[in-house]
Each structure stands twice: as structure tokens, then as C-alpha cells.
Design a protein around this ligand. Structure first.
Ligand code: NAD
Length: 259
């Protein structure tokens, strides 16, 4: 069925993991897709996969922390497809994991620059192409930034993820009069390639203590969730089925954050 038929969806971090799964899902449901990511072998293949299944997709090679590149990507989307209806601001990295006294100011800037400023830039530069049409913005935060503050050395990551929720709520308020909805999603552990963008310092491993769950409590599934499960939530928030939902942060973690 075409739950987002003929809608134009811009997806950042679309080359892998959650972004890739959402791109394929939205394309299956009729959306035209603009894939925003750093170009590499993996990200290029997503464009091919969508075009092969009869969908429409273009790729915009973009570092989301670079204002000029993000502005250019959104213009490219609008020029090709006439505007933007859906923005999935999802690109993110774990960055450098280090205890605060070892975390370098430049490491902090890098994580916040991609995860939080990248979200702001994506929304800011998508808006000129969205306000006349209304639409839906979905921002990938995390349980690590809302409800579960574990994972030693993740102060920068968690701060960026908490900031994304605050930003989503402010944007939801500001943009309601344009009929643009804004929601954050908070995944627990999901099986993706995010480990490849993680720089674990030795100090983290020295101090980290393995997590033990209180007896009787267990997650819905053993092991991480699948990107496709997150993509189903993104499709719901992108479609008109969620027309009265804005300014929320939705957990998708199989009770992980309650353990
Ligand atoms: P992933 O590494 O598989 O995919 C992330 C994509 O973002 C990659 O294709 C990468 O190239 C891209 N990216 C990284 N830096 C970029 C930049 N500067 N500009 C443009 N693109 C960039 O990881 P994922 O798990 O799918 O991550 C997606 C989002 O989900 C992130 O925001 C992450 O914080 C969030 N998240 C992931 C998990 C998890 O367990 N995997 C849990 C909670 C939240």
C-alpha cells in the first residue's frame, strides 16, 4: 500500500543501519527518496537497491555537520522532486567514548557537531522547502539521552541525544502553524554498523562494569533490535496515521531502558 505515496522524503544517514532500512521502507510505500550520507560503497548501494525495486531515489553526498553542504542537499531534493514532505534526521555517530577527564574538547565538538548541530542544520535547511506543504520531521535520538544513562564514557553522545529531544519539542511547537509535525524516536540497541564510527579509548574499558539486570527483569528480545523494526515506526510517524502526534519522544527498545 502507498502509505506515503508520492511524498518526498529526505533521510540523513541513509547509507547504513536505521537510515537505510527507513529509506527502503518509505520507498516501498511510495515515497520518493533523497539519500543524504557520506559517499562510500555501502551508501551508494542503497540508491541502486531502491531504483531496482522500481522506486525513485537520488543520493546527496553530504556531511551533515557542514551548513553549506546540508543547504545544497536540501536544494537538490527540492529541485529534483518539487519540495520536501518528510525529513528523517537520523545521521549520527557514537564518536569518541572516554571518561570526562580524558575526553578532548575536539572530540566533544565532533560528536555534538554531527549528532546535534547536524540535526539543527538538516531541519533548518529543509524548512524552506517544507513550510508551504506541511509535513513530518522525525529525529533519531536514543534511550541514551532520555531514560537510560549507561555506557561509560558516553557523556558527549548522551548530551547530543538529550539535546535532540529538546530540539524536537521546540521545533514541534514552532512549526505547528505550518502543519509540520516533529517527533523524536529513542531506540535501544539496534543491530547496525554504528560500532564502526566508535572510538573506544582504553580508559573506558578499564572502568566499565558489566551490566547485570535485577532478577526477573528481561528485555522483550534477547539481543539487539533490527533496523526494520525502527523503520516501521518511522513509516508510522511519516504517514498521516500519526496526524495528531507531535512533540513526542517514542521509545523503541523492547523495555531495555526500564531494566
Ligand atoms: P550506522 O553507522 O549503521 O548508520 C549511520 C549512518 O550515518 C552511516 O551511514 C554514516 O555514514 C552516517 N553518518 C555518520 N556521520 C555522518 C555525517 N557527518 N554526515 C552524514 N552522514 C553521516 O548507525 P545507526 O545505528 O543506523 O545510526 C543511526 C542513528 O541511530 C544515529 O543517530 C544513532 O545515534 C542512532 N541510534 C542507534 C542505536 C543503535 O544501537 N544502533 C541506538 C540508539 C540510537
Amino acid at each position: 500500500d502507498g502509505r506515503v505515496k508520492d511524498k518526498v522524503a529526505v533521510i540523513t544517514g541513509a547509507g547504513s543501519g536505521i537510515g537505510r532500512a527507513a529509506a527502503l521502507k518509505l520507498a516501498q510505500h511510495g515515497a520518493k527518496i533523497v539519500l543524504v550520507d557520506l559517499i562510500n560503497e555501502r551508501s551508494e548501494k542503497v540508491e541502486e537497491a531502491i531504483n531496482e525495486m522500481g522506486g525513485e531515489a537520488i543520493f546527496a553526498d553530504t556531511d551533515v555537520s557542514d551548513p553549506a553542504r546540508v543547504e545544497q542537499a536540501m536544494k537538490k531534493a527540492a529541485e529534483r522532486f518539487g519540495g520536501i514532505d518528510i525529513l528523517f534526521a537520523n545521521a549520527g555517530v557514537n564518536g569518541t567514548l572516554a571518561p570526562i577527564e580524558h575526553l578532548k574538547p575536539e572530540d566533544w565538538d565532533q560528536t555534538l557537531g554531527i549528532n546535534l548541530k547536524g540535526t539543527f542544520l538538516s531541519v533548518k535547511y529543509a524548512l524552506p522547502h517544507m513550510t508551504a506543504r506541511g509535513g513530518s520531521i522525525i529525529i533519531t535520538s536514543s534511550i541514551n539521552g532520555s531514560r537510560k544513562f549507561t555506557g561509560f564514557g558516553m557523556s558527549a553522545y548522551s548530551s547530543s541525544k538529550a539535546g535532540q529531544i529538546a530540539f524536537a519539542k521546540m521545533a514541534a511547537l514552532e512549526l505547528a502553524h505550518h502543519r509540520i509535525r516533529v517527533n523524536a524516536i529513542c531506540p535501544g540497541a539496534i543491530e547496525t554498523n554504528i560500532g564502526q564510527n566508535t572510538n573506544r579509548t582504553p580508559e573506558v574499558d578499564e572502568i566499565a562494569i558489566p551490566i547485570e539486570y535485577p532478577q526477573g527483569n528481561q528485555p522483550l528480545e534477547h539481543g539487539p533490535g533490527h533496523p526494520n523494526q525502527v523503520a516501521d515506526l518511522v513509516l508510522f510517524l511519516a504517514s498521516e496515521e500519526s496526524s495528531h502526534i507531535s512533540g513526542t519522544a517514542i521509545y523503541i527498545d523492547g523495555v531495555e531502558s526500564l531494566l
